[in-house]
Design a protein around this ligand. Structure first.
Ligand code: NAG
Ligand code: NAG
Length: 234
């Protein structure tokens, strides 16, 4: 009888503690996020870079802008939202899952040339319990190819994405994550456009009656400046 009462009380306590992000101290779980510096790129990231290294198709030499192309207006001609982890497993499709920021009117990013080597920023995000044991862990790299030029103009972006490199969760936790690209703008001038965008990592896990969700936002620029985190908390 007493055991039953205790169990019931526990169950009520559990169900009332649904959202970890709203109340991070529930059950002593805490969220952490930090940039990883001075570490070599994960083999998965190197593999991705290798698979995305495409040559500029045309190597356009004419300087006359074709009708319908507006170098001042920067748009994404690839994906805006895609899953990178489902049911605790990475689902990234390296051939199709990426965003661009190119002139409007362009139909393939390969119409641009002089792409620079990718810029990357790696992070580790995790949730730990009161004993400082990592319950959930997600290591990932934000990546983009900058400095693409259209007819000798601008600094645009392609192959923008987030690559999950380490995904760790106990079997009873369902971890998932998606990528969302938005806020695409020209932060340069009309004649020398510089593409910029925001890319979000939305990740979370659910277990029993509980759920945890978190968004990390990053700012990426076409001129190859370092990728920066838009969230201030650690
Ligand atoms: C990636 O997606 C494309 C199009 O949906 C599909 O044809 C291809 O098989 C996928 N590749 C992988 C590795 O899942
Ligand atoms: C995730 O990245 C952090 C920082 O580099 C590292 O300390 C940790 O060991 C990584 N996780 C795993 C499981 O490799």
């Amino acid at each position: 009888m007493q055991t039953c009462l205790l169990l019931c009380a526990l169950l009520v306590a559990c169900t009332s503690a649904r959202s970890l992000s709203a109340r991070p101290d529930v059950e002593g779980l805490s969220y952490h996020h930090q940039q990883v510096v001075d570490e070599p790129l994960h083999p998965l990231v190197l593999e991705w870079i290798e698979s995305r290294k495409m040559e500029s198709k045309s190597g356009i030499r004419e300087r006359q802008l074709p009708a319908g192309v507006d170098i001042d207006q920067v748009i994404n001609i690839a994906k805006s939202v895609w899953n990178i982890i489902e049911g605790g497993r990475p689902t990234l499709n390296t051939s199709f899952d990426y965003a661009t920021a190119v002139p409007s009117g362009v139909t393939e990013w390969t119409e641009l040339e002089y792409w620079a080597d990718p810029v990357t920023a790696s992070y580790s995000a995790w949730v730990e319990n009161i004993f400082k044991v990592k319950i959930l862990e997600l290591n990932y790299t934000v990546i983009a190819m900058p400095m693409g030029q259209y007819q000798g103009k601008g600094q645009y972006l392609t192959n923008v994405g987030i690559i999950p490199t380490i995904v760790r969760a106990p079997w009873s936790y369902t971890l998932s994550a998606s990528t969302n690209v938005h806020g695409i703008v020209n932060v340069g001038s009309k004649d020398s456009p510089i593409a910029a965008l925001q890319i979000d990592l939305n990740w979370g896990a659910s277990w029993m009656f509980k759920k945890f969700t978190k968004t990390e936002a990053y700012y990426v620029r076409g001129d190859g400046k370092p990728i920066t985190s838009l969230n201030s908390q650690k």
